[in-house]
Design a protein around this ligand. Structure first.
Ligand code: UD1
Ligand code: CA
Length: 463
């Protein structure tokens, strides 16, 4: 190829997402089914956005309201295909919105693992004609087959349901992804018909039209077949998800992280990074973006979402941590729940059956047993005893609790917010604190112990 200039044409991406996905047997449209915690279509849109297209057109139809509501803030051109008459019909819905000078890339919304690099290669290959993304599969069942002539030139794509027995043995398949100049694609689309086994307007028929017009059809072969696999059933969805999860685990292991069982480890949502010699026990689920320092230990059955965890932290088993920051050398759990807006500084200890929400705990503080800490600021080296509750909610409004450095709160206290406990103060066990406690004092707010002698407990009455 003499021309090595990158394509200067504006790129318009058309994402096909209108199909029902009959074989999913679901009331939810296929592209809305979650893949690694994100609707399949969301992943595809994210990948497409990396090509920085001039415009992205999303053709939607089945479950229209749900699709629009979920992606309300995605700045795409949403095109309703009220009746799903085939992939060619789908692209046709928006081709009039694409300028002639543009290059069109068609992407299927049910192929969650496709990567930006291969799409870029397809776009580059399409500058002079039609480029289609292909793959060679051991088992081509379900895919359109690539038809070539004696000298190997592509002549067309035949859908499985239309294939002769001989054509069905072809292992080179169409992935559905293609790219072409809009000036060529538009006229091809208007020439499509639905005279085929499924009575649909096949996008894949443009390949035969291009070949017939003497336009060069180039193939871009995907070597990693996972990248082009479409989801048609729940079993295929699960198979692709397991493959993806295995890849996530392998990437982390390659970076020096131990994973007790890669088949019982899941990364969902955004990216996850972890430092060397960190260790994830079985059944850990991480929702990214999340960052783990070095030598972090995560116990079994923990769920960690969008959280940053410092070096040498130990998370004991069965913790749920969400939208939080956990400082180096801290220890959390077992059975702790850390809710959004929590910031634990270094060397903080949070023990079993403790819930913390929207609160900061400074260096060295401890809340070790059965507590609720909400909307609180806790200073350094504070000890919060067992069963302490910050009463942050009066049924209508929320208030903050301030606990300054070095405070000791005895067991089973209620701190009625808004309230503050001054530096170095002590709160006696069992106290209900309603007023601010001055620094370095002992606050007691409980009844003095009384003894009633010869006390007799009530007896059961006889009828
Ligand atoms: C399609 C290809 C086939 C290819 C396979 C790869 C056609 C005719 N066939 O077949 O060659 O091997 O993908 O996975 O294109 N869609 C719409 N509107 C419609 C119909 C479909 O938006 O009217 C969307 C679907 O939501 C889906 C995508 O297009 O995201 C593919 O549709 P699907 O019915 O799954 O096509 P296949 O039969 O798998
Ligand atoms: Ca499909």
């Amino acid at each position: 190829m003499p021309d090595t200039q990158p394509a200067q044409r504006p790129l318009h991406v058309v994402v096909l997402a209108a199909g029902k996905g009959t074989r999913m047997r679901s009331s939810v449209p296929k592209v809305m089914h979650p893949f690694a915690g994100v609707p399949m279509l969301g992943r595809v849109l994210d990948t497409v956005s990396r090509l920085t297209p001039a415009r992205t057109h999303v053709v939607y139809g089945h479950g229209a309201e749900m699709v629009r509501a979920t992606f309300a803030d995605v700045g795409a051109h949403w095109v309703l295909q009220a009746e799903q008459l085939g992939t060619g019909h789908a692209v046709k819905q928006t081709i009039s919105n694409v300028p002639d000078a543009a290059l069109v890339l068609v992407v299927y919304g049910d192929v969650p693992l496709v990567r930006a690099a291969i799409l870029e290669a397809l776009v580059t290959a399409a500058d002079g004609g039609l480029a289609i993304l292909t793959a060679v599969l051991d088992d081509p069942t379900g895919y359109g087959r690539i038809i070539r002539n004696q000298v190997g030139a592509v002549r067309g794509v035949v859908e499985e349901k239309d294939a002769t027995p001989v054509q069905a043995t072809i292992r080179e398949v169409n992935t559905g992804f293609l790219a072409a100049p809009a000036s060529l694609l538009g006229p091809w689309l208007s020439r499509l018909d639905n005279k085929n086994a499924q009575g649909e307007f096949y996008l894949t028929d443009v390949v035969g039209l291009a070949a017939g017009d003497g336009i060069l059809v180039t193939t871009q072969e995907a070597k990693d077949i996972w990248e082009i696999r479409g989801v048609n059933s729940r079993a295929e969805l699960a198979e692709l998800e397991r493959h993806y999860q295995r890849c996530q685990a392998e990437a982390l292991m390659d970076a020096g992280v131990s994973i007790a069982d890669p088949d019982r480890f899941d990364v969902r949502g955004g990216a996850v990074t972890a430092g060397r010699d960190s260790h994830f026990d079985i059944n850990v689920i991480i929702e990214g973006p999340a960052r783990f320092g070095e030598r972090v230990t995560i116990g079994a059955n923990s769920v960690i979402k969008r959280t940053e965890i410092g070096d040498d932290v130990v998370i004991h088993p069965n913790c749920v941590i969400e939208d939080a920051v956990i400082g180096a050398n801290s220890i959390v759990g077992p059975f702790a729940r850390i809710r959004p807006g929590t910031r634990l500084d270094d060397r903080v200890h949070v023990g079993n059956f403790v819930e913390i929400k929207n609160s900061e705990l400074a260096v060295g503080s401890k809340v070790n047993h059965l507590s609720y800490i909400g909307d609180s600021s806790i200073g350094r080296d504070v000890n919060v005893g067992a069963g302490v509750i910050t009463c942050n909610y009066d049924g209508a409004n929320k208030y903050r609790t301030i606990i300054e450095d070095g405070v000791f709160v005895g067991s089973d206290c209620q701190l009625i917010a808004p309230v503050s406990i001054g530096k170095g103060a002590t709160v006696g066990a069992g106290s209900t604190i309603t007023g601010d406690v001055p620094p370095d004092t002992l606050a007691l707010a409980r009844a003095r112990q009384q003894h009633v002698s010869h006390w007799r407990r009530p007896r059961k009455k006889k009828n």
